[in-house]
Design a protein around this ligand. Structure first.
Ligand code: SAM
Length: 326
């Protein structure tokens, strides 16, 4: 078991498999983003070794993210090996869905259990504006491909003021009336050099709820006061699915945090919104034994920060979201 000094049991690892992406979402990275040389990123065997070590520490849930995880070479084989690692109970992926039309079935066959697919609006023109060059039809093709498998599906939407904060959230929430999906609205968080844009454009959960309710009627909490992972869940009357809110800015959930992140360049990022990281790649490449690596990881987790300090204007500046993995 990996405990931090506040007594939290940390057992969920999010792994960024690459900092590269086939989109350039305005809230995620600057337009002229430069990517790290591949030699600086974890190689397949390094990822698999770290998964095995984290599983030995009691981690049982693993999420693959990025950048865009599906652009990583060998992604299906990586999933297969992670899913086959003793102690691993669930492998999930956060993806923009663009490549799922050909990858959903092989990924499901390899042991992937869930995909969280990012779709910020159903409107093609607004989708292009938010992603800088994406085509929302490609995401739909990916969603349909995932539907044809037994992958569990959740949809993620980051809400950005003056981009997708009105009819877009209503249209997305309306999907839950006839689809058994969780549609989750994410408050935009500030990172690095684009934090001014993000702080100016954050739309708080209460405002999103008001917008949805004014069109679609009341949203009823599923389990008042309880979170499903990091999301608070609601439903519309007679809905098949659920509407979720991930509101790190207005409703932080640090007390129940059970996760940590591995950046594509092999740093243990202890809190998404704090700069503190522990380098795992360098000792691994320098020949550290499993016992030595486990000691480094355990010590890092022990010192996991309590949580973010956005309320005190402490903003992580060392990386943008695409480099950390959401
Ligand atoms: N490329 C994949 C995707 O689009 O889902 C995975 C990586 S992306 C960084 C993971 C998640 O982080 C996505 O749901 C994305 O919308 C979200 N995200 C990116 N930047 C964000 C920000 N500044 N605040 C909140 N969520 C953000």
């Amino acid at each position: 078991m990996a405990l931090d000094r506040y007594g939290r049991n940390i057992n969920y690892l999010r792994i960024s498999l690459t900092d590269r992406c086939n989109l350039r979402c305005v809230y995620c990275m600057p337009e002229d983003m430069t990517f790290r040389p591949r030699s600086e990123l974890m190689q397949d065997d390094e990822v698999i070794r770290l998964v095995r070590l984290f599983a030995e520490l009691g981690f049982h849930k693993f999420r693959l993210t990025g950048g865009e995880p599906t652009v990583r070479a060998n992604i299906v084989e990586i999933v297969r090996q992670i899913a086959a690692t003793p102690g691993v109970e669930k492998v999930a992926m956060t993806t923009n869905g663009l490549l799922l039309d050909r990858l959903a079935q092989p990924l499901a066959d390899a042991g992937l259990k869930r995909v969280n697919i990012s779709i910020d609006t159903l409107d093609p023109a607004k989708f292009k504006k938010l992603t800088r060059w994406g085509n929302v039809e490609d995401v739909w093709r990916g969603i349909r491909a995932a539907e044809a498998t037994d992958l569990e599906i959740k949809l993620n939407s980051v809400v950005v003021r003056n981009y997708n904060d009105h009819e877009d959230v209503v249209d997305l929430a309306r999907l839950t009336l006839y689809q058994p999906w969780q549609v989750r609205f994410i408050e935009m968080m500030p990172f690095g050099e684009i934090s001014d844009f993000q702080l100016a454009g954050v739309v708080p959960q209460d405002e999103i709820i008001e917008t949805i309710e004014s069109d679609l009627g009341p949203l009823t909490p599923v389990s008042p006061g309880e979170l499903d992972g990091e999301a608070s869940l609601y439903y519309l009357e007679n809905a098949k699915g659920r509407v979720g809110f991930i509101s790190s800015v207005s409703h932080p959930f640090c007390a129940s945090c059970n996760r940590t992140r591995l950046t594509a360049d092999g740093r243990l990022r202890l809190c998404l919104l704090r700069e503190k990281e522990v380098d795992l790649l360098t000792p691994m490449r320098d020949g550290a034994t499993d016992a030595e690596m486990l000691a480094i990881v355990k010590k890092g987790i022990w010192w996991k920060p309590w949580g973010h300090q956005l309320a005190e204007d402490v903003i992580p500046l060392n990386r943008v979201m695409s480099e950390i993995g959401g």
